[in-house]
Design a protein around this ligand. Structure first.
Ligand code: AMP
Ligand code: ZN
Length: 666
């Protein structure tokens, strides 16, 4: 094979794996194998720029920046859908159709109504040309660069495709990915997104397509539109789209009559909560295309389709009061305290109000009757106020101006939604929150110390920052509530053990704003020790892979603060790992994937447990005895002669710990 042939073969193979993974949800190779092949392709492409192809799987990571999204006319108009809310509405609609078509029997396709952002994608000669948002239906924004990063959207089609067509679909953010994104935001002290739909549509308008590439968006398709008729029925259209490589949800169903439509609706009304993404109804479409054509369109929507909206799980209740929570980064979140009410199987007492703008927008007042809804999110939200029930003496809410915990005047930075309390070192929930973050599992992982105990220790005046943890004595903590001999010992031991936690986790534990787990690893790996990070300039930091201005600024600000520097110096004296120790580094990699190791003997650089952990951290497995499945035996001093013989007989590679280090560090 020459280079071009290798490149083409790799592209084809990777495209197929993308399809298996993102469209069929059935991967056939491991992520690691995929990444290896992708890297191989990337290198070949870099060495041979003459073979660049914007449709290569390597281009899915994005990078293109769109400063202004160009307004683009739709060749075929993007219509809305009429809504119905009851069986009677649907029966009326069937009658209207039959009036136009003559008294014919109608068959339908039932599809779920995906709740995201609508998109129209144009393909020419089997290649993605353009992706445009709905806009006003006549023209929308060209978001092609961003759509190209969504891996379930084919860049090139398979099979027998029409030369030119538009395909319509919905960009959604599945719950799982949404929760994960929010988890990461919460971890670094940022406000979480409020719901998957807005996050999905907001994603389409991000200027940096590399950011879009990182979001786990999906594209679900439902209609192919062409100049010439290519299918006879709606259902065949779905099958065609599927055969061309698009993601077309399997729930769509061809039904023989309106009663079967009702069955479909009833089924999904209760089962929709098990779907991986949000749906807000069912779309019923007349199946025969010639009947669709005869029915035509109103000014806004097709006459041959009707959306049925599920009843939102919504109740009304009274707003008793608003409390304001202070997070560990000082950010203020208003929370509504409601008269308890039953909703979607749970009792709801509180709802998030997000920020001052949200309160303003809802114009919510104490003692108002409000509608509360539960969407895909865990915390329910207030949708609107029932103005007919408003008390005449009600007053507009004055958002707090001072921190409810420490009375410091609140600050609101330009461009940020939330107010925050700037009293970083004197505001109790911030101090407690920081220490709780410090001891958490992904940070210092301190066994024997829980979040409540941190609050107890703080309130007893025993700790005021995380470095104080290392000065605690058993005598000090024994008198605390619910503390016994054993739990006190555990606490002291847990704190002492945390001195072994590797640098990258310590860096994350410090709680620098915007420095999450991944960023901490990047910084640790790049700078190797805390002093190097502390002395890095804004520019230095921004040159590190994946570190942007916002993170860089936050790191610089953290080390400019004298209190922080003092705390870190105290941590240093206590023996906390503030530099990389290659030996217990937990840089996770996959270099040992699918490899089975057996460890035998005693070692110099590692304890046996450390060695096993290192194997697992790099994706390998630890076997208990040597067998034909074993790939490597790591031999230390005093390896048993029987084992040695067995390994030799089976032809298994025997390595020492230094050679093992080479394996994982290469
Ligand atoms: P509406 O926004 O209420 O006018 O509803 C029309 C929108 O519903 C379309 O623009 C699509 O974005 C969206 N939609 C979601 N699922 C479907 C589906 N299965 N068929 C047609 N439209 C759908
Ligand atoms: Zn405060």
């Amino acid at each position: 094979m020459n280079t071009l042939e290798s490149i083409l073969a790799l592209r084809k193979e990777l495209e197929l794996h993308n399809y298996n993974y993102y469209v069929l949800d059935k991967p056939t190779i491991s992520d690691f194998e995929f990444d290896t092949k992708l890297k191989e392709l990337q290198e070949l492409e870099e060495q041979n720029p003459q073979f660049f192809d914007e449709n290569s799987p390597t281009q899915r990571v994005g990078g293109a920046i769109t400063k202004n999204f160009e307004t683009t006319k739709h060749k075929f108009r993007m219509y809305s859908l009429d809504n119905s809310y009851s069986k009677e509405d649907l029966l009326d609609w069937e009658k209207r159709c039959q009036k136009v078509l003559g008294d014919v029997h109608l068959e339908y396709v039932c599809e779920l109504k995906y709740d995201g952002a609508s998109i129209s994608i144009t393909y020419e000669n089997g290649v993605l040309k353009k992706a445009v948002t709905r806009g006003d239906g006549f023209q929308g924004d060209d978001v092609t660069n961003n759509i190209r990063t969504i891996k379930s959207v084919p860049l090139k089609l398979k099979g027998d495709y029409p030369d030119f067509f538009e395909i319509r679909g919905e960009i959604v953010l599945p719950f799982e990915g949404f929760e994960k994104m929010n988890q990461e935001l919460i971890e670094i002290g940022e406000a979480p997104y409020s719901n998957p739909r807005n996050t999905a549509s907001g994603s389409l308008k991000l200027q940096d397509s590399a950011e879009v590439a990182k979001r786990p968006l999906e594209c679900l398709l439902y209609t192919i539109i062409t100049d010439d008729k290519v299918v006879d029925t709606q259902f065949e259209g779905l099958e065609l789209a599927r055969n061309l490589g698009f993601k077309v949800p399997e729930q769509s169903k061809h039904v023989k009559n309106i009663d079967e439509v009702f069955e479909f609706i009833n089924y999904w009304d209760t089962h929709r909560h098990n779907l991986p993404y949000e749906t807000d109804g069912v779309v019923v479409k007349v199946n025969e295309v010639f009947q669709q054509e005869e029915l035509g369109y109103t000014a806004k929507s097709p006459r041959w389709a009707m959306a049925y909206k599920f009843k939102a799980e919504q109740v009304s209740t009274v707003l008793n009061s608003i409390s304001y929570q202070v997070g560990r980064t000082g950010s203020i979140t208003p929370v509504a305290n409601l008269e308890p009410v039953q909703l979607a199987g749970t009792i709801v007492k509180r709802a998030s109000l997000h920020n001052a703008d949200q309160i303003e927008k809802l114009d919510i007042r104490i003692n108002d009757t409000v509608f509360v809804e539960k969407g895909g999110e865990i915390i329910p939200k207030i949708i609107s106020v029932d103005l007919s029930k408003r008390k005449p003496d009600s007053e507009k809410i004055n958002y707090i101006t001072h921190c409810p915990e420490c009375q410091t005047e609140l600050v609101r930075t330009e461009g940020e939604a939330n107010h925050y309390c700037p009293n970083f070192y004197g505001c109790p929930p911030q101090i407690i929150g920081r220490i709780q973050h410090f001891i958490s599992r992904k940070a210092m992982d301190i066994d024997g110390l829980g979040g409540e105990t941190v609050a107890l220790l703080f309130n007893a005046g025993l700790i005021n920052d995380y470095a104080d943890l290392y000065d605690l004595t058993k005598e000090q903590i024994l008198p605390l509530e619910r503390m016994a001999e054993k739990s006190a010992d555990n606490l002291i031991k847990g704190v002492a053990d945390s001195k072994k936690i590797p640098f990258e986790s310590v860096l994350y534990a410090l709680g620098i704003r915007y420095v999450g787990e991944t960023v901490a690893k990047k910084l640790a790996k790049h700078y190797k020790n805390i002093d190097a990070i502390a002395h890095a300039t804004l520019l230095d930091l921004m040159l590190v892979d994946e570190i942007g201005e916002k993170i860089a600024q936050s790191v610089v600000a953290f080390f400019e603060n004298k209190t922080n520097v003092q705390i870190i110096n105290r941590l240093k004296i206590k023996g906390i790992q503030l530099e990389m120790n290659e030996k217990n580094s937990t840089f996770i990699s996959n270099v040992l994937e699918n490899k089975i190791f057996v460890v035998s003997g005693v070692f110099e650089l590692y304890s046996r447990d450390e060695l096993k952990k290192a194997i697992e951290d790099h994706g390998g497995k630890v076997g208990s005895s040597i067998s034909s499945k074993t790939n490597y035996v790591i031999a230390g001093d005093n390896m048993g002669p029987a084992k040695l013989e067995k390994a030799n007989k089976l032809g298994i590679t025997i390595i020492n710990e230094k050679e093992f280090n080479k394996l994982i560090n290469d």
